[in-house]
Design a protein around this ligand. Structure first.
Ligand code: AMP
Ligand code: MN
Ligand code: MN
Length: 320
């Protein structure tokens, strides 16, 4: 982070006219907020901007200005490619052509593989949008209200509403700065984190009705049949995993989401002092100490068994 060649990158970005900004598959608020936040800043600086997310924008983030301009893929020629909030190159999915070289990677995952020509990675930052606020200032880019709204959204969602253990006075100051740029905290918070569809709550119900516990470990699964039964249109957990973590006495919560392509999406959430990024990495995924994920091929019951075994091993040294 200290050795990042700010001057060199500033010069390269100044010359680039057409800039692509891309983030990870199954985008969360930080991915969408980072793409839009940097997109608006670059646009305000007169750049021609191409924004892409392989899986599009989830419903709870469609209110953000410019969300409708995000394409599934970067189309046409671009001079510079920036990937945000993605710990490895593969996380962008089909948003970029396979052979495209990434010029700049801006992220906060400690599992980041430094896959770009320039890598600005700060694992202490609470969100990639927090890293972007510094980047935008260092590059001398403007920060219009639309950018502030998107950047504050990433801060809100990655800290689950300012309540993760890595929250800092600095992160709160950053939120205050973005509010002063015109971002409405109350509305952005409600839209991104609180508001749910009726179908999503019934989907939670299906998962909660099968909730299981084994000491400090809780888990549940969401199946294709659950989604069909309640009419839930996504292929995610509708953020149910963040609720499982609230079960008293829990150190790790895991959720298994059956996919139609024969894989299972797994999400881990851990209490402070427990690091689930390693177990996710072991299954080909990644993430942070308190929140990690992986997509694992195999039938639900089999994946569940393998993942629970590995997760129990992680907890074992802590049980006296
Ligand atoms: P999730 O469980 O999808 O909410 O993700 C929790 C954290 O783990 C996020 O920071 C993700 O970026 C990261 N993550 C999730 N899935 C993967 C994956 N397949 N590879 C790398 N990182 C992942
Ligand atoms: Mn993310
Ligand atoms: Mn993030």
């Amino acid at each position: 982070m200290r050795e990042f060649p700010w001057g060199e990158v500033r010069q390269a970005l100044r010359v680039a006219q057409r800039v692509a900004v891309v983030s990870h598959v199954r985008p969360d608020g930080d991915a969408v907020g980072s793409v839009l936040g940097l997109g608006w800043a670059l646009r305000a600086a007169g750049k021609q901007v191409s924004l892409a997310l392989a899986d599009g924008v989830p419903l709870n983030l469609r209110h953000l200005p410019g969300a409708e301009d995000i394409a599934p893929q970067v189309a046409g020629e671009v001079d510079w490619i920036i990937v945000v909030d993605a710990s490895d190159r593969g996380r962008v999915g089909t948003a970029l052509p396979a052979e495209a070289v990434v010029d700049l990677n801006i992220d906060h995952h400690k599992t980041n593989t430094a896959y770009a020509r320039y890598n600005l990675v700060n694992p202490e930052a609470v969100s990639t949008t927090a890293v972007l606020v510094e980047f935008i200032a260092e590059m001398g880019l403007p920060l219009p209200q639309e950018a502030a709204e998107a950047l504050l959204t990433g801060l809100i969602t990655d800290t689950i509403g300012f309540r993760t253990a890595n929250m800092s006075p600095q992160a709160l100051r950053l939120a205050a700065d973005l509010m002063e740029k015109g971002a409405d905290l109350s509305t952005l918070y409600f839209k991104a984190l609180v508001e749910r569809t009726y179908e999503a709550l019934r989907y939670w119900g299906a998962g909660l009705s099968r909730l299981q516990r084994e000491g400090p470990l809780v888990w549940t699964a969401l199946t294709l049949a659950d989604r069909e039964a309640v009419g839930y249109p996504g292929n995610d957990d509708a953020d149910l995993v963040n609720l499982l973590n609230a079960v008293q006495g829990t150190l790790i919560a895991v959720i298994f989401i059956e996919q139609s392509d024969g894989t299972v999406k797994v999400s881990w959430r851990a209490c402070p002092g427990v690091d689930v990024s390693g177990v996710a990495l072991q299954f080909g995924g990644g993430g942070h100490a308190p929140a990690a994920g992986a997509t694992i091929p195999g039938p639900l019951s089999e994946v569940q068994e393998r993942v629970l075994a590995a997760t129990r091993r992680l907890l074992a040294p802590q049980e006296v």
